[in-house]
Write a protein that binds this ligand. Structure first.
Ligand code: 6R9
Length: 696
C-alpha cells in the first residue's frame, strides 16, 4: 500500500442518503445552488443554501414541532407506511414506558420480521447489493431475489446447527456480502446477531462471546485489505481457546465462510480445521432456499453491538426489531434523500453501528442498492473512492472526517480524473468535521453542487439524531445543525442538570441530552439494565444523556464539542480509555496506566498512554514496543497508542484518583491552563511530566 502522507489510519470507513415524512412528501432537489468561487466563505455557502431551502425549512420546523408534540401519531403513521407488519400494533400502545423508569417500548404487541422487510417485500429483480472487494475488479452484484434465496439458505444452515429464536450469534467477518447475509439470516429466524469488528483481537472477541453466552460463531477464513491477507481464522482459533478455558462447552459450532469457495470447490480445507469448525459454504449449499420469516414482537431484540464506555468492560447495546427498523429506514430516507434506483454507498464496516444502520438495515429497508466495500480509501491509490463513485454511479456517499482529511492531504489530482456527477448527497459521520475538511468535501468532491450532511448520532441512538437534511435545512460547515424529526434535544448545565439559558448572543453551552424517547433508542445493555440506567438515564432525570458536550447557536445549530466521559474518538472509532489502560497494566512492567486523547491531524484524536513502571523495570525502546503490542493483542491494532510516555509517577489526587484532565492538557500543549493542581498528592510531578513530554 502506498501511503504518501505517511499515516496509517485504521479505517472502518469507506463513506454514503430520506423517508419522506408526513405523507405529504417534499419534491426534493438535493442539489444546492452552484457556488462558483473556490474561496467561498462559510457564510456565503450558508446564505446561498439557506435561500434555496427557506420554504422547506419552514416545513421542517412544522413537521419537527408536530413530531415532538405528538410522537405517537408521527411514529405510528410512519410505522404503518414504512414497514410491513404480520400482526398490526395496537394504536393505543404505540409508545409505552418513559425515560425516567427506563422501560421504553415502541409498537409492543405488533409482530414483524426485519429481514422480510429488508428483502422479501422488494422487487426481486432490483439490485440489492453491489460489493467491491479489496481489488477494484473483485465485484459482485446481488439482486433482492438472490438475497432472499441465499439468506433463507443461511437461515436454514443456522437452524441446522441448533440456532433458535433469541440465541446470540457472534459474527466476526470481513466486509463481504456474506456478512450482511448472515446478519439478515439471524434476523429472519429471530436470532440476535452480535457483530464484532474484525479488527478486534482474539481476547476482545473472546470476552464478547463469553459476555453474550454465545454458542455459535460465524467467521471467514480470511479478509483482504490494502493488498494484505488478514488471517481471521487464526484469531478466531485463539479466541476459542480463551473461551474454552473459561467455559469449555459454551461454543458448539464455528461456521467458517471460505473466500475462495466456488460451487465446484474441491474438498481441500483452506485453513486449519478445528473440531467445532463447519464449512459454511458447503452447509449452506445443502439447504433449501426457503425459510419462513419468524414473526417477532416489535420489542424483541434484533441485535446487540458492543461499544466502549467509561469502564474497561464494553456494553452490549440492545436494539429492537420494530423501533430500530423504523428509525433506520426513516433516517436513511430523510437524511440521504433516497429515491428509487439510488446506489447508496456507506463505506463503514459492519463491525460498527454505521455499518448496521446504513450499509445493511436502513438502505435495504428502503429497497435501494447498497454498496459494500472491503478495502481502504487509498488502495490501490488515493483515487479509489472517486473511481468507485464513477464506475458504480454512486448517488450517496457516506464516510468519516478522518478519511476526508486523509484524502484532502493528497490534493485534487486524483479527484480531477473522475466523473462524480452521479453524486446527490455526501455524508459525514463519526466525529465533528472541521470546517476545512467540510469545505474540501463540499467544494472539491461535491463541486459545490452536492449537499453535505453532517450526521451526529451514536451506537445507542440507532440512527441519526442531529443532521441537516438535503434541500430542506441549511448546511453549516462544522455543525451537525438541527435535530431529526422526533428528536427533542436539550442542552443541560452539567453542574445542576438544568436547561441552559441562552447567553446575550442567544447561544447555549452544556451537555447534550434528549427529552423524549424515539423508536431507535437502545433499550438496555445486555444482561446489565442497571448499567444502562446509570450511564444514560440517571445522570439527568427524565433525559437520555449522550455523553457529548455541545454548543448551540442562536439559530439552533448544534456544534458537538467532544465527549465528557473517558471515551476518545480515533478515526471515528470510539475507544474507551479504560480498555486501553486495562490492556497496558496486564504487562508485567506496568504498575499504572492513564490514557488520554491527543489532537491528531488525520485521525481526529490519537492515543497517548502514560505508564508508571514497577520497581526493577526501566524504560527502553523494546519495552515501548512491547507495550504497544500488548494493546494490539488485548484490544486490537486500531487502539495502538500513538505515544507512550513512561512517567515516574502519575498525577494523583490524595484520594488516589488519576487526574487525567492534567495529562490531557499536557499532551495538548495547554500547560498554561492546567487549572487547580492543589488537590494533587504531589504537585511537583506535573513539571516532571511536562519536561518528559516535551523531550519526546
Ligand atoms: C455513529 C457513531 C458516537 C460518538 C458520539 C460523538 C461522536 C459521531 C458525530 C460525532 C460530532 C458528528 N460523533 N458522529 N461528533 N459530529 N457528526 O459514530 O457511533 O461509534 O457510538 O460514536 O461519536 O462523540 O457520541 P459511535
Amino acid at each position: 500500500m502506498k501511503l504518501r502522507v505517511g499515516v496509517i489510519i485504521s479505517l472502518q470507513w469507506l463513506v454514503s442518503t430520506t423517508i419522506v415524512t408526513g405523507g405529504e412528501g417534499f419534491a426534493l432537489s438535493t442539489s444546492s445552488p452552484v457556488v462558483t468561487s473556490r474561496q467561498t466563505t462559510s457564510h456565503e455557502i450558508e446564505s446561498v443554501y439557506a435561500a434555496k431551502t427557506i420554504s422547506s425549512f419552514d416545513k421542517y420546523k412544522k413537521i419537527h414541532a408536530e413530531s415532538i408534540k405528538d410522537p405517537e401519531k408521527y411514529w405510528g403513521d410512519l410505522a404503518k407506511t414504512e414497514l410491513d407488519w404480520i400482526t398490526p400494533f395496537d394504536d393505543d400502545k404505540i409508545l409505552q414506558g418513559d425515560l425516567i423508569k427506563g422501560d421504553v417500548r415502541w409498537f409492543a404487541g405488533g409482530k414483524l420480521n426485519a429481514c422480510y422487510n429488508a428483502l422479501d417485500r422488494h422487487n426481486p429483480d432490483d439490485l440489492a447489493v453491489i460489493f467491491e472487494g479489496d481489488e477494484p475488479d473483485d465485484i459482485r452484484k446481488i439482486t433482492y431475489g438472490e438475497m432472499v434465496d441465499k439468506v433463507s439458505s443461511i437461515s436454514n444452515a443456522l437452524k441446522a446447527k441448533g440456532v433458535k429464536k433469541g440465541d446470540v450469534v457472534t459474527i466476526y467477518m470481513p466486509m463481504i456480502p456474506e456478512l450482511a447475509m448472515t446478519m439478515l439470516a439471524c434476523a429472519r429466524i429471530g436470532a440476535v446477531h452480535s457483530v464484532v469488528f474484525a479488527g478486534f483481537s482474539a481476547e476482545a472477541l473472546a470476552s464478547r462471546v463469553l459476555a453474550a453466552s454465545c454458542e455459535v460463531v460465524v467467521t471467514a477464513d480470511h479478509g483482504l485489505r490494502g493488498g494484505r491477507k488478514l488471517d481471521l481464522k487464526s484469531i478466531v482459533n485463539s479466541a476459542m481457546d480463551i473461551v474454552e478455558s473459561t467455559n469449555k462447552d459454551l461454543v458448539k459450532n464455528v461456521l467458517v465462510w471460505e473466500r475462495d469457495y466456488k460451487d465446484d470447490s474441491t474438498e481441500e480445507v483452506p485453513y486449519e480445521m478445528k473440531e467445532k469448525d463447519v464449512r459454511m459454504d458447503f452447509l449452506v449449499a445443502d439447504q433449501r432456499p426457503f425459510c419462513a420469516p419468524e414473526p417477532m414482537d416489535a420489542e424483541d431484540t434484533l441485535f446487540i453491538l458492543y461499544t466502549s464506555g467509561s469502564t474497561g468492560q464494553p456494553k452490549g447495546v440492545v436494539h429492537t426489531t420494530g423501533g430500530y427498523s423504523l428509525y433506520a429506514a426513516q433516517t436513511t430516507k430523510n437524511t440521504f434523500d433516497l429515491a428509487p434506483g439510488d446506489v447508496f454507498a456507506c463505506v463503514a464496516d459492519c463491525g460498527w453501528i454505521t455499518g448496521h444502520t446504513y450499509v445493511v438495515y436502513g438502505s435495504l429497508l428502503n429497497g435501494c442498492t447498497t454498496f459494500m466495500f472491503e478495502s481502504t480509501p487509498v488502495y490501490p491509490d488515493e483515487g479509489r473512492y472517486w473511481d468507485m463513485i464513477e464506475r458504480h454511479k454512486i448517488t450517496q456517499f457516506y464516510t468519516a472526517p478522518t478519511a476526508i482529511r486523509l484524502l484532502m492531504k493528497y490534493g485534487n489530482k486524483a479527484l480531477a480524473k473522475y466523473d462524480l456527477s452521479s453524486l446527490k448527497v455526501l455524508g459525514s459521520v463519526g466525529e465533528p468535521i472541521n470546517p476545512e475538511a467540510w469545505r474540501w468535501y463540499y467544494e472539491e468532491v461535491g463541486k459545490s453542487e452536492v449537499t453535505v450532511v453532517d450526521t451526529y448520532w451514536q451506537t445507542e441512538t440507532g440512527g441519526h439524531i442531529v443532521t441537516n437534511l438535503p434541500g430542506i435545512t441549511p448546511m453549516k460547515p462544522g455543525s451537525c445543525t438541527y435535530p431529526c424529526y422526533g428528536i427533542d434535544t436539550v442542552v443541560l448545565d452539567p453542574t445542576n442538570g438544568n436547561i441552559v439559558e441562552p447567553d446575550e448572543n442567544g447561544c447555549v453551552e452544556g451537555v447534550l441530552a434528549i427529552r423524549q424517547p424515539w423508536p431507535g433508542i437502545a433499550r438496555t445493555c445486555l444482561g446489565d439494565h442497571s448499567r444502562y440506567l446509570t450511564v444514560y438515564l440517571k445522570p439527568y432525570k427524565g433525559y437520555y444523556f449522550t455523553g457529548d458536550s455541545v454548543r448551540r447557536d442562536a439559530e439552533g445549530n448544534h456544534f458537538i464539542t467532544g465527549r465528557v466521559d473517558d471515551v476518545i474518538n480515533v478515526s471515528g472509532h470510539r475507544i474507551g480509555t479504560a480498555e486501553v489502560e486495562s490492556a497496558l497494566v496486564l504487562h508485567p512492567a506496568v504498575a499504572q496506566a492513564a490514557v488520554v486523547g491527543k489532537p491528531h491531524d488525520i485521525k481526529g484524536q490519537g492515543i497517548c498512554a502514560f505508564c508508571m513502571l514497577k520497581n526493577g523495570y526501566e524504560e527502553s525502546p523494546e519495552l515501548i514496543q512491547e507495550l504497544r503490542l500488548k494493546v494490539r493483542t488485548e484490544v486490537g491494532a486500531f487502539c495502538t497508542p500513538d505515544m507512550i510516555v513512561i512517567a515516574p509517577t502519575l498525577p494523583m489526587t490524595r484520594s488516589g484518583k488519576i487526574m487525567r484532565r492534567i495529562l490531557r492538557k499536557i499532551v495538548c500543549g495547554e500547560t498554561d491552563t492546567l487549572g487547580d493542581t492543589s488537590t494533587l498528592a504531589d504537585p511537583a510531578i506535573v513539571d516532571t511530566i511536562i519536561e518528559k513530554v516535551e523531550s519526546l
